[in-house]
Design a protein around this ligand. Structure first.
Ligand code: NAD
Length: 296
């Protein structure tokens, strides 16, 4: 048996198409085009690539965007002043501060400076709290994109045992919340594992749905999963590869070749979860422009 492939590129393209149509309709009604302000601090190469991908997606769906590039020596006070001016600017619908930030800046404090009604990343405590309470909110894009994938492929979640490996604020924790909420997309029984979990296999082996966001190449091997498991691999890891002109290739947290022989569904890396994250950001920016989640 070999797993069916969950094609994140295809589903993300469908989602972007829908957002593009909605943006068009929104503008045709006489509304201003949605605007996403991206703030990039420093010149981390991966962050430059990520912000570039987001800009390109904005252009594709008709969302206006600008990337403000700030020196990595900027003080927290100065950065927060810039964020506050974006908060106060009615022409800006969504604000995204690209993470990670240089180490002298507090990620928590900077995120909290963003008006939660413009927090299209869904990282602000107001949005995280409202997610836990099953209230309308901006949802963290990666786990929200995974929920869309499960929905698209009609993969049942209700009453399934979902195991999430990784407990970060941006992926693992909100993922576990989304899966376990007793709402129309959730209702899974959820286990959350992390690097302090004593016997990882004791948990992963029972998963009906296994979501892995640990940042550890090939952490999950075939012997750690049961036959028929649905595997969602969030990991993006660079491993050295001399045969590749870049000198590296991207791999996930799952040993894809062996696990796919046991799984019923699996996401590839790249081409699985990654494209969904950017598509969900576009959706959140449109929701921000329409003030759908926070009307006032
Ligand atoms: P993080 O470093 O903030 O958190 C990693 C989590 O995994 C922690 O909870 C840690 O305890 C756990 N962990 C680490 N090693 C483990 C082990 N051996 N066993 C069990 N748990 C372990 O990372 P993050 O920001 O959540 O990202 C995780 C991965 O997902 C990274 O590879 C990142 O690049 C990728 N990512 C991908 C997307 C996407 O759009 N596809 C988005 C965000 C993150």
């Amino acid at each position: 048996m070999s797993a069916e492939i969950i094609d994140g590129r295809k589903v993300a393209a469908l989602l972007r198409e829908r957002v593009q149509e909605d943006v068009q309709e929104w503008c045709t009604k006489g509304n201003r085009r949605p605007f996403l302000q991206v703030i990039l601090v420093g010149d981390d190469p991966a962050s430059i690539v990520y912000t570039g991908t987001k800009t390109k997606a904005c252009m594709e769906v008709g969302i206006e965007t600008d990337t403000m590039v700030l020196q990595d020596t900027i003080s927290e006070f100065e950065l927060k002043e810039i964020i506050q001016s974006c908060n106060a600017n009615d022409e800006i619908d969504g604000i995204l501060v690209q993470m990670p930030l240089p180490s002298h800046l507090s990620q928590h404090s900077v995120i909290e400076a963003i008006d939660h009604r413009k927090d299209v990343d869904g990282f602000h405590p107001m949005n995280v709290g409202r997610l836990s309470l099953n209230q309308p909110c901006f949802k963290s894009c990666t786990p929200a994109g995974i929920m869309e994938l499960l929905k698209h492929y009609s993969i049942p979640v209700k009453s399934q045992h979902a195991v999430v490996v990784g407990a970060s604020n941006i992926v693992g924790s909100p993922m576990a919340v989304m899966l376990s909420r007793e709402n129309s997309s959730g209702k899974a029984t959820t286990t959350i594992c992390h690097k302090y979990t004593r016997d990882l296999t004791a948990h992963t082996i029972h998963a009906d749905i296994l979501i892995v966001a640990a940042g550890q190449p090939h952490l999950i091997k075939a012997e750690m999963v049961k036959q028929g498991v649905v595997v969602i691999d969030v990991g993006i890891n660079r491993v050295a590869d001399e045969t590749n002109e870049k000198g590296y290739r991207l791999v996930g947290d799952v040993d894809y070749d062996s696990v796919k022989k046991k799984a019923s569904w699996i996401t590839p890396v790249p081409g699985g979860v990654g494209p969904m994250t950017v598509a969900m950001l576009m959706k959140n920016t449109l929701l921000a422009a329409k003030k759908s989640l926070y009307p006032n």
